[in-house]
Design a protein around this ligand. Structure first.
Ligand SMILES: *Cc1c(COP(=O)(O)O)cnc(C)c1O
Length: 365
């Protein structure tokens, strides 16, 4: 029987490298609350991403919630966002007492369509939250122009886009703030974790207060929570950052192999590479439209051979029970079409070219 191939597999340093990294924690007994590893990783990330500020979180979702909280958006304010995302994006908005307003995505990269944003703006709109979905770069220039025209902050959900560059500049540098997820399944992981990156002065201090119960000295100026990254997560991040270029290079090899097999096949659509963008090969989404098998049939054919692909993202977050009754005035037909037909294929650093060949043979067979 052929081995099971999962949709993803976490990148890890060697056991010895991680043990070496955490050794000093046994001496210091300082396990969390902005310890030495936490401070080191923040500095590493500022340097790697080229950003003035990087604040670490215990996960990416809380980072999203905390930046929305720190920006003092009015309760009941509307946040324009995409329904074609992991549900965390939408939940972060709703849980902060804000209203997600779903705007459609564009047809090639499935990111928020700037041409449809302005029709969603009302006098309640208080922010825009686009997603660099699959690591595809949003149209950051068009979105920045709209945001400037309407004086709106832009918070990028860059959970998929760690390592992605536009003309050599990290995606961390776009928008009012960018959130990265360092969850185990992402291109770069700290086991669980996340970060906010931004240039705005004064924001870092506020975020650091918020993520530590809102405490400042003996006072609590803010209603905070606990969202701190611990030292073991940070140590994993320090190790994994050393190997990131190598991990991305390995993902690239697998992704190019997929392209060799699947590009130009009738009824199969791949995301073209983006001009000026250095990708991170986070996911390999394939849209089956007019192909001899439907998306669900391809999913089942792979599953029968112990290969786990994912209907990622299906359904749209706007269709979940907790959102579908909310007023949704804006139709999102492009997002709906992609969600109905897309499958993300297994992609991780250790995926061999032989694995990719086997997967494609089943898809094409
Ligand atoms: C993974 C992910 C998140 C949440 O990140 P966690 O670190 O798992 O909390 C948010 N948005 C998107 C698009 C994601 O894929």
């Amino acid at each position: 029987m052929n081995k099971t191939i999962n949709v993803t597999r976490s990148s890890m340093p060697t056991f010895e490298e991680y043990c070496e990294e955490i050794r000093e924690l046994w001496d210091s007994r300082w396990l969390t609350n902005s310890g030495v590893k936490h401070r080191e990783l923040e500095a590493d990330l500022r340097a790697y991403l080229g950003v003035p500020h990087a604040v670490l979180y215990t996960n990416g979702h809380l980072a999203l919630e905390h930046v929305l909280s720190a920006l003092n958006l009015p309760k009941g304010g509307e946040v324009i966002t995409t329904p074609f995302t992991f549900v965390s994006t939408t939940h972060a908005i709703a849980r902060m007492g804000l209203v997600p307003v779903f705007c459609d995505v564009e047809e090639t990269y499935y990111t928020l369509n700037p041409q449809k944003i302005e029709a969603c703006i009302t006098d309640k709109t208080c922010a825009i939250m686009p997603v660099h979905v699959y690591g595809n770069l949003c149209d950051v220039d068009a979105i920045a122009a709209i945001a400037a025209r309407h004086n709106l902050p832009v918070i990028y959900d860059a959970a998929h886009a760690f390592g992605v560059l536009k003309d050599g500049v990290s995606v961390a540098n776009f928008g009012t703030a960018a959130m990265f997820s360092f969850h185990a399944t992402k291109v770069y992981n700290t086991i669980e974790g996340g970060a906010l990156c931004f240039a705005q002065e004064g924001l870092e201090e506020k975020l650091n207060i918020l993520k530590n119960f809102g405490q400042q000295g003996e006072d609590c100026p803010l209603v905070g929570a606990n969202a701190k990254m611990n030292e073991f997560q940070a140590a994993m991040g320090i190790c994994n950052l050393r190997h990131l270029p190598d991990e991305i290079a390995k993902r690239r090899r697998a992704a190019l192999r997929y392209r060799q097999h699947l590009s130009g096949v009738n009824g199969i659509t791949l995301c073209p590479e983006q001009e000026g963008v250095t990708p991170n090969y986070a996911y390999f989404p394939v849209v089956f439209d007019g192909y001899k098998y439907t998306r669900d049939e391809v999913f089942a054919r792979l599953a029968a051979e112990h290969i786990v692909a994912r209907k990622y993202f299906y359904p749209l977050t706007s269709k979940f029970t907790c959102y579908r009754d909310a007023a949704d005035a804006h139709p999102t037909p492009v997002a709906a079409h992609v969600a109905q037909n897309v499958l993300t294929l297994p992609l991780f650093a250790d995926l061999t070219e032989a694995d990719v060949d086997r997967i494609c043979k089943i898809i094409l067979g």
